[in-house]
Design a protein around this ligand. Structure first.
Ligand SMILES: Cc1cc2nc3c(=O)[nH]c(=O)nc-3n(C[C@H](O)[C@H](O)[C@H](O)COP(=O)(O)O)c2cc1C
Ligand code: SF4
Length: 377
């Protein structure tokens, strides 16, 4: 089987991407403590570009000081952050023909780092902890909407090829989508329409600033595995809504990165033990694809085998294939496939990379061990 589709170019909005392979947003804890881009992070992105990926989606970028509650995530909410971001983008554009999207986010109630206040649509108690989420006032919601628009505009000015809104994984925008976390009864809560309104306001604000041509895409929770949470039926309604708004691509996802919420039932980066568990989002994509009209569907979730990726494109379940963990292990995976070595990604989806965060930038300890062994021999 030839990888004809996987290595054919396609467009998201007006931006042509050289192949169908996307690096799904991956926070690498590679900024400095204040969220400024480091040379080490630039070098890591350069390797991803040189490795042949069509579209690299950045790790999430904080739109607000209070919404940057994870270790060494990049931030972009004032002019001072633009210098490093511009350097990162120009390095990628100068050294490869990969495109790059800025994923912009507010961490909301999904805070990993100490010292940040948990905020969200409603005063929910975070399960299995004593922490209470502080309900955002309407004025604060408007301030956050403006923060998204400002960061998106900065991303455009820095040279990013597109913007991805982070509407997944229990961060602020997805907390608005889920009835588990959103119990408001004003214009930002209640009906599906109202729960999507924050995304709609951000999108319209960005369109007004950036015009029709600049692609705006979204990573979107389609359900969250929470009792009384977001069901797939509602997720479908939300998908239809963002497609109708005019977003250029949707990357459906699920759950929360804080597994305490979901009692370990749902985590976007699933630990898989064998090839049968791979492609764990493809069934959902099959249900969502018919709702997409001309909006591209980016399929993520445990994809490791290039032949399976080709099949998903061929069967028109997806327009693009995205992966995260495989590129932590092998930044040059796409080149390897392109050069004819079609072994599945060497990443075993074990999630040991998450454990490296306290040592600095996230890396693959499995690969590290292997490299050390091969140096000894
Ligand atoms: C270390 C790490 C960091 C991640 N950071 C982000 C992020 O910043 N934004 C996001 O939307 N998803 C993030 N994810 C989730 C991935 O983008 C992806 O949805 C998930 O890992 C499933 O894809 P995979 O099986 O190819 O890894 C992260 C995943 C990992 C492993
Ligand atoms: S530690 Fe390495 S092999 Fe395990 S999931 Fe992370 S990148 Fe993949």
């Amino acid at each position: 089987m030839e990888l004809t589709k996987l290595f054919s170019s396609a467009k998201i909005g007006n931006v042509r991407i050289k192949n169908r392979i996307v690096r799904s947003a991956t926070w690498l804890a590679g900024a400095d403590e204040l969220g400024y881009v480091t040379d080490d992070l630039i070098e890591t992105y350069q390797k991803l570009g040189e490795g042949g990926i069509g579209l690299i989606i950045s790790g999430y970028i904080g739109v607000h000081e209070h919404g940057s509650g994870n270790y060494r995530m990049t931030r972009l909410y004032n002019e001072s952050y633009k210098v490093g971001q511009k350097k990162l983008i120009s390095t990628i554009h100068d050294t490869s023909d990969s495109k790059i999207a800025a994923q912009i986010a507010h961490t909301g109630s999904n805070i990993i780092r100490e010292g940040y206040e948990l905020v969200g649509p409603s005063p929910i108690k975070v399960p299995r902890s004593i922490k209470l989420v502080r309900e955002l006032s309407i004025n604060e919601i408007k301030e956050i909407i403006n923060a998204f628009i400002k960061t998106g505009t900065f991303a455009y000015e820095c040279g990013y090829d597109m913007i991805q809104l982070h509407g997944a994984h229990g961060y602020l925008l997805s907390d608005f989508l889920s009835p588990y976390t959103n119990k408001r009864n004003d214009e930002y809560g209640g009906s599906v329409e109202n729960r999507v309104k924050i995304i709609e306001d951000i999108y319209q604000g960005l369109r007004d600033k950036l015009g029709k041509e600049f692609p705006i895409i979204i990573k979107l929770n389609s359900h969250d595995n929470l009792k009384n949470g977001l069901t797939l039926e509602e997720g479908k309604e939300i998908t239809k809504k963002v497609v109708a708004l005019g977003l250029d691509a949707v990357e459906p996802s699920t759950g929360r990165t804080n597994p305490k919420y979901t009692e370990n039932k749902s985590f976007p980066a699933v630990v898989t033990k064998n090839p049968e568990d791979e492609n764990y989002f493809s069934q959902i994509a099959r249900e969502l694809k018919p709702l997409m009209n001309n909006c591209a569907l980016i399929l993520m979730g445990g994809i490791r085998n290039p032949l399976a990726a080709e099949r998903f494109l061929d069967e028109e379940i997806a327009d693009f294939i995205s992966m995260s963990r495989p590129f932590i292990y092998e930044p040059d995976l796409v080149k390897r496939w392109e050069n004819g070595n079609l072994d599945s990604a060497y990443c075993t989806s074990c999630n040991a990379c998450f454990g490296t965060v306290l040592k600095g930038r996230i890396y693959c300890p499995i690969k590290h061990k292997q490299d050390k062994k091969s140096i000894k021999h």
